[in-house]
Design a protein around this ligand. Structure first.
Ligand code: ATR
Length: 279
């Protein structure tokens, strides 16, 4: 019989996290035996709680808001993508109390964009937002070699700052980022628009570029039972392919799961269908 793998997620709030259900479904598809728990913490207690979890046999953990940045300063070693993101969502023990911090958010987005047929390579992109979420996805988007990545933020200076931070950290393709203070300043048709702001949380609209390409796609990192305001805006602007970030949530979890458990990537299509089925 396989032994039980002890996993968990740290956050605040954490009660509504879907991670235990997602990982239980992954375990079901691969016939693994896991125990995945939620851990509520505070910034003051977070380092000690994480250390205790691993000391008591924890074999892997996710980190969610508001601890992703704090986790990056806590680990022994950072993956390149976690270093560029300045944030960690996956903790992996590698002996003697040492922890590797990784970040699977950007990879989760890239895989979900591929699943949906939303092309990045050689396309013109707009990313809205210059906070933690934007920083997590931009390096991975640039790896796909888009023609251009326009970065737009409500506070334009933060977008400039993010670009120069990524340059300083050694992101080779950072010079492909073009900062604009408003989407209306873009004078070429845009193929893919990604919302990495928290505007949808407040139901607020963003100013869209004036020209979208005929087959433009839109992706909101947020997810909800109903289409987000950003998705509605894009549909009204004639975009036929719009998506929320639910697929990214499942795919980033699958990447974490694979890092801890090794072997094949779990069947995410099955998990997505199970989770979206009306209960
Ligand atoms: P996260 O970790 O989710 O990225 P964050 O680091 O606080 O959170 O960043 C939030 C992002 O959403 C920022 O880019 C913010 O813009 P500002 O830098 O100008 O604050 C953006 N944002 C939040 N509410 C917004 C709104 N109503 N319209 C446009 N952008 C908004």
């Amino acid at each position: 019989m396989k032994s039980v793998t002890s996993l968990g997620v740290f956050g605040n709030p954490i009660a509504h996290s879907l991670s235990p259900r997602i990982h239980a479904l992954f375990a079901q598809t691969r016939q693994d035996s896991i125990n995945y728990q939620r851990y509520l913490s505070t910034p003051a207690h977070f380092p000690r709680r994480v250390a205790e979890f691993f000391r008591h046999g924890g074999q892997g953990a996710n980190v969610t808001l508001p601890f992703k940045q704090q986790a990056a300063s806590l680990v022994t070693k950072l993956s390149d993508r976690a270093r560029l993101a300045g944030a960690v969502n996956t903790l992996i023990p590698y002996g003697n109390g040492q922890l590797l911090g990784d970040n699977t958010d950007g990879e989760g987005l890239i895989i979900d964009l591929k699943n949906k047929g939303f092309k990045v390579s050689e396309r013109s992109l707009v990313v809205f937002g210059a906070g933690g979420s934007a920083r997590g996805i931009i390096p991975l988007l640039l790896e796909q070699k888009p023609r251009c990545l326009y970065l737009i933020n409500r506070t334009a200076e933060k977008a400039e700052m993010l670009k120069s931070q990524l340059e300083t950290l050694g992101l080779v393709a950072a010079n492909r980022i073009q900062v604009r203070s408003s989407a209306t300043e873009i004078d070429e048709p845009i193929d893919l628009l990604i919302n990495a702001t928290s505007s949808s949380l407040n139901g607020q609209r963003l100013t869209l570029p004036s020209v979208l390409s005929e087959n433009a796609s839109g992706y909101d990192l947020m997810y909800a039972d109903q289409p987000t305001v950003f998705m509605d805006q894009l549909t009204q602007a004639g975009c036929k392919n719009v998506s929320d970030g639910f697929g990214m949530l499942i795919e980033q979890a699958a990447s974490s799961y694979q890092l801890w458990m090794e072997g094949e990537r779990p069947d995410t299509a099955f998990v997505m269908a199970e989770m979206r089925a009306p209960s």
